[in-house]
Design a protein around this ligand. Structure first.
Ligand code: NAD
Ligand code: UDP
Length: 325
């Protein structure tokens, strides 16, 4: 298929593209490189540099007819969204609306969207199912939920086919592509940097939660398993499926468990201190991915915590300063 991938120079987009190329798809990447890296886009992709809110950028991206879009482009730092919500509504919702208009005007009627567990807010029960209430607690999560509403309205109005994939905590790397956010806010790359002696210590955001060891619980899913789900979601969308699907490993891990697993995998000590809670952190998030397994036939093959850590560790050793600047 001819695919337009927004945000393809970012962490998850680059890994999904690697898999889509293996499947023989023809890919145009649109990215303004605000958090992405030119080096994370394979040579064989057509690259359009620019902001998806800019009509002329989308005109270039859609120069030749597209069969479908994968939409990763977004700002995604929760704390930043709390202090600067307008930027998040502008970039994420403005970007999605501009992209959808371009698609509607060119009769492109399939989209796979990167949603997030943040749409659920602080869940009332675990594991979380897609039909559970969505009460996002921060502007970032609200943008994701609003875009899902816009997708559903577009389905009704102009028969858009969409699959909104609610990722839990994406982690891990392939040999070639990995996580290089600046600043890095995600737990695993930070813990690895401490183990590798590149950062002095980890601050654990609170150990007084109502969880077995007092630290927050999350569901870490290998980015390779996420990539496979995108390939399957594209096929499901082609076959007429539209809807939202959780993507998680369905395995709970506390922050302290991640620290211990990194020590086990790397053989290095991780220094940490306990700091205050981070605003807006739900105590525990855990997916039920049964629906994705049923609808897509998705199987998680890489998402054991130690396997995730091993892959991320290998990538960080191979790319000590991430992608070239
Ligand atoms: P990332 O920051 O690495 O990638 C996002 C990419 O989008 C970057 O390359 C950035 O330059 C680009 N971009 C942002 N705004 C743009 C715009 N207006 N026009 C063009 N390009 C733009 O993020 P990621 O971790 O790869 O996440 C990808 C998607 O998945 C995001 O939508 C994010 O919200 C979602 N998500 C990520 C996680 C996670 O654990 N990383 C979890 C849930 C959801
Ligand atoms: N976390 C932490 N210290 C850090 C970064 C993260 O204790 O330096 C915790 C955070 O409070 C959360 C978990 O690790 O409970 C995962 O955080 P991350 O930012 O990776 O993902 P989130 O779940 O917020 O999307």
């Amino acid at each position: 298929m001819k695919l337009c991938v927004t945000g393809g120079a970012g962490y998850i987009g680059s890994v999904v593209i690697e898999r889509l190329l293996e499947k023989g798809h023809d890919i145009t990447v649109v990215d303004d490189l605000i958090t992405g890296h030119r080096d994370a886009v394979p040579e064989s992709c057509r690259f359009v540099e620019g902001d998806i809110r800019d009509e002329s950028v989308l005109k270039k991206a859609f120069e030749s007819p597209m069969d479908a879009v994968l939409h990763f482009a977004a700002k995604s730092i929760v704390s930043e969204s709390v202090s600067n919500p307008l930027d998040y509504f502008d970039n994420n919702i403005g970007g999605a609306v501009s992209l959808l208009k371009a698609m509607r005007d060119r009769d492109v009627k399939k989209i796979i969207f990167s949603s997030s567990a943040a749409v659920y807010g602080n869940p009332q029960r675990l594991p979380i199912e897609e039909s559970d209430p969505c009460n996002p607690e921060n502007p970032y999560g609200r943008t994701k939920r609003m875009i899902e509403v816009i997708l559903e309205c577009s389905r009704i109005a102009w028969q858009l086919g969409f699959v909104s994939l609610r990722y839990f905590n994406a982690a891990g790397s392939t040999e070639q592509f990995g996580e290089d956010h600046r600043p890095e806010t995600h737990l695993l790359p930070i813990v690895l940097d401490v183990a590798l002696g590149r950062t002095e210590e980890l601050t654990i955001f609170g150990d007084d939660y109502d969880t077995p060891d007092g630290t927050c619980i999350r569901d870490y899913i290998h980015v390779i398993d996420l990539a496979e789900a995108h390939v399957l979601a594209l096929e499901a969308c082609n076959d007429g499926f539209s809807g939202v699907l959780n993507l998680g490993s369905d395995k709970p891990h506390s922050v302290l468990e991640v620290v211990q697993a990194v020590e086990r995998v790397t053989g290095k000590k991780v220094n940490y201190r306990i700091g205050p809670r981070r605003r807006g952190d739900p105590p525990a998030l855990l997916a039920s991915s049964k629906q994705a397994e049923k609808v897509l036939g998705w199987r998680k093959r890489h998402s054991k915590l130690d396997d995730i850590i091993r892959s991320a560790h290998a990538w960080r050793l191979k790319h000590p300063s991430g992608y070239s600047r």
